[in-house]
Design a protein around this ligand. Structure first.
Ligand code: ADP
Length: 312
């Protein structure tokens, strides 16, 4: 109740699937701007916002990292709505930049900078036993100083103990890894790494890499563009509860095949991309290993955040 009194709510900034977002400021320091995200009632007790998600959010308040949106406070309003007080990020999101092909130009150094910020955010989540589970360009918000921040922890949760089952119905379809499309109930950080790979590909080609209209189509696209998940490349995959692939098996594409389409980030960048989209989650690179990849150190260097392209 005290938390609510600390902030004054202002105009509506936007409306999302799960929430209405308002500009706000601190009562004590009116120059401190915040975004107040009011979760829609009917959403609160669905999977993403189950009561234990409230507990989850409480510990996200302690997840402090420059590339993760700060959750400053959580309170419930008189109508029982859950309100999240977040740092205010005024420069839009990565999706806006990717899509604005006519006005926004960017190159390999910019992609490297954005990918570095995203990868550090994901590594930090995983290092603290939190899965984000909804990584996509639209959830990567941009701060006034150009820093990219992973936002929208509505679907986040802690790593389950190995015995506990989790829902497979998470992550926006285009960014969803094969293990989730096949209904896996035991999964880990690799689900986020796949999404990071999809964002990486999208930054390069400036269009979603695998944009299926249905789950079946999404699986078909993965098979066609990456390779068919079979026992040979992914032992145990055929045992997943919803395993089904098109009958014409496609061999997993090699690095050379990616070079033609994604070569703008160089051979090292393509090497990293290929490792993030390994079909078998056990063989997929981890966020920690991603940070050790040589791509970050080869030219071009990541662009300084203050020099990154912005929305016009
Ligand atoms: P969705 O993820 O469905 O786009 P959100 O509920 O996350 O929607 O946010 C809705 C809108 O509110 C966003 O498009 C954005 O314009 C705005 N918004 C969300 N969070 C912030 C924030 N921290 N700072 C500034 N604007 C925000």
């Amino acid at each position: 109740e005290d938390e609510k009194r600390k902030y004054i709510k202002g105009k509506k900034l936007g409306e999302g699937t799960y929430a209405n977002v308002y500009l706000g400021h601190s009562r004590r320091d009116p120059s401190l701007l915040v975004a107040i995200k009011k979760i829609k009632v009917q959403q609160q007790y669905q999977d993403g916002m189950a009561p234990d998600a409230v507990r989850e959010l409480k510990y996200l308040r302690e997840l402090h990292h420059p590339n993760i949106i700060s959750l400053l406070s959580v309170f419930s309003s008189k109508d029982q709505n859950l309100n999240l007080v977040l740092e205010y990020l005024p420069l839009g999101d990565l999706e806006m930049l990717i899509r604005d092909v006519d006005r926004v130009r960017y190159g390999a150094g910019d992609i490297k900078a954005w990918m570095g910020m995203l990868t550090r955010a994901v590594w930090f989540c995983h290092d603290n036993f939190v899965l984000h589970r909804d990584i996509k360009p639209n959830n990567l918000l941009i701060a006034a100083d150009g820093e990219v921040k992973l936002a929208d922890f509505g679907l986040a949760r802690g790593f389950a103990d190995p015995g506990r089952r989790m829902t497979a119905n998470v992550i926006t379809r285009w960014y969803r890894p094969p293990e989730l499309l096949f209904g896996a109930r035991h999964y880990g950080g690799a689900v986020d790494v796949w999404s990071v790979g999809m964002v990486f590909a999208e930054l390069i080609i400036r269009a979603p890499f695998l944009a299926g209209n249905t789950e079946v189509e999404q699986i078909a696209l993965i098979c066609k563009q990456i390779g068919t998940p079979t026992e040979e490349v992914w032992p145990g995959v055929t045992q997943l509860r919803e395993y089904t692939v098109p009958s014409d098996v496609v061999a997993v594409w090699g690095k050379e095949a990616y070079m033609t389409r994604f070569g703008a980030v160089g051979a090292d960048g393509v090497d990293l991309l290929v490792k993030t989209v390994a079909l078998d989650p056990k063989k997929r690179i981890t966020a920690r290993e991603m940070l050790q990849h040589r791509w970050w150190r080869t030219d071009p260097k990541p662009t300084k955040k203050e020099d990154l392209p912005r929305k016009s």
